[in-house]
Design a binder for this molecule. Structure first.
Ligand code: OSB
Ligand code: MG
Length: 368
């Protein structure tokens, strides 16, 4: 295809309730959406970078900037190309994986729409629906947390993930395990909030039969995760640390992670995410699909990815209503604890352009 233009749409969407993690508290989702205009049609991609560089070094302003100044011009100068070559066309730029992933997703959407092929078919989906979990933020108090979790259980979510941090760990985990019973899957996500000094606290979580503990330590510190994995029973799962297939293989071989959270944005694109999946599968490592408060655009692609055979644990692929009263596309709704994998060409969803305009928080930037 030949790329004619890239549009950067900056929007902010109110969240149905604040979302608090060990790294911050959000009341709205500010994000960057990309539309590519090509000779074979248009495509949309969602950039998962957040407003501030707290989960990762990437953030919305930086993603928009690097696309405008570096990534966009490289693609516009490239002549005809296919979506599979996008990552190599952008490999001279170090990092900025979320920005690269959004561009690749938009171009893949344009290409697959023309071919009449869905993301799921293209990635190698083996299921037509995926089992869903939900990520639950840090609450002001335990009763509020239990009230929120009860609502999700009633909606049919198949697994609960609690955000934890020092001072908000054993008590909420104990209370939620008590509420949901022994059968429903429960896991925790620390977003790097702990250190080796917290071993006793982390070990105390063993009694709750957690599916996993996600990213207890800083992302660069693979060695401490190896150390922790030998000291606790709960399986250690890396999120922030896994930035590519090579890093995933290294972390697995060193024993730092026995389960992997896959997020396409964090590894530089859905095609790399499929490679991470394949590498984990070859090594018998279960994976699950992470989330970044996506709108329907990113959620559609995540659900397609989560339909691959190695995704054997429920993902953070919750329904649209988990975060948004109104979604940017047709809403994703839980049916019997599952989301249906879209079958239409490309992402299979349609962007409601009037909402992109209504929620705009900056002027559209077009790069040609
Ligand atoms: O660590 O998985 C994470 C949201 C934003 C940034 C990082 C994370 C999360 C979540 C929510 O846990 C995932 C979702 O429901 O989309
Ligand atoms: Mg995480």
């Amino acid at each position: 295809m030949l790329l004619h233009a890239i549009e950067l749409h900056r929007i902010a969407i109110p969240l149905v309730r604040p979302f608090e993690t060990s790294f911050g508290r959000e009341t709205e989702r500010e994000l960057l959406l990309i539309r590519v205009r090509t000779d074979i049609g248009d495509g949309w991609g969602e950039c998962v970078a957040m407003a501030a560089p707290l989960y990762s070094s990437e953030y919305v302003d930086a993603a928009a900037h690097v696309i405008e100044r570096h990534l966009g011009p490289a693609l516009l100068a490239a002549g005809p190309f296919t979506a599979v070559t996008v990552s190599s066309l952008l490999s001279h730029v170090v990092g900025h994986r979320m920005a690269k992933a959004a561009l690749e997703a938009a171009l893949l959407d344009a290409e697959l729409r023309q071919w009449g092929v869905s993301f799921g078919e293209y990635f190698g989906a083996v299921r037509d629906r995926v089992e869903c979990g939900v990520s639950v933020g840090i609450s002001p108090d335990i009763p509020t947390l239990l009230d929120e979790v009860s609502g999700y259980v009633a909606e049919g979510y198949r697994r609960i993930k609690l955000k934890v941090k020092p001072g908000w760990d054993r008590e909420p985990v104990a209370a939620v395990r008590d509420l949901i019973g022994a059968e429903l899957g429960l896991q925790v996500d620390a977003n790097t909030a702990y250190s080796r000094d917290d071993l006793d606290t982390l070990k105390a979580l063993d009694e709750f039969g957690l599916l996993l503990i996600e990213q207890p330590f800083v992302e660069e510190d693979i060695a401490s995760h190896v150390w922790l994995a030998s000291k606790i029973q709960t399986p250690v799962c890396l999120d922030e640390s896994i930035t590519s297939t090579d890093v995933a293989i290294d972390a697995i071989e060193r024993g730092a992670t026995s389960i992997v959270n896959i997020k396409a944005g964090r590894v530089g694109g859905y095609l790399e995410a499929v490679r991470v999946h394949d590498a984990c599968r070859e090594r018998g490592i279960p994976v699950w699909c992470g989330g970044m408060l996506e709108t329907g655009v990113g959620r559609a692609a995540n659900v397609a990815l989560a339909a691959l055979p190695g995704f054997t644990l429920p993902g953070d692929t919750s329904g649209s209503s988990r975060y948004y009263a109104e979604d940017l596309t047709e809403p994703f709704e839980l049916v019997d604890g599952h989301l249906v994998v879209p079958t239409g060409a490309g992402t299979g969803v349609t962007v409601r352009e009037e909402l992109v305009a209504d929620w705009a928080c900056a002027s559209v930037v077009t790069i040609r």
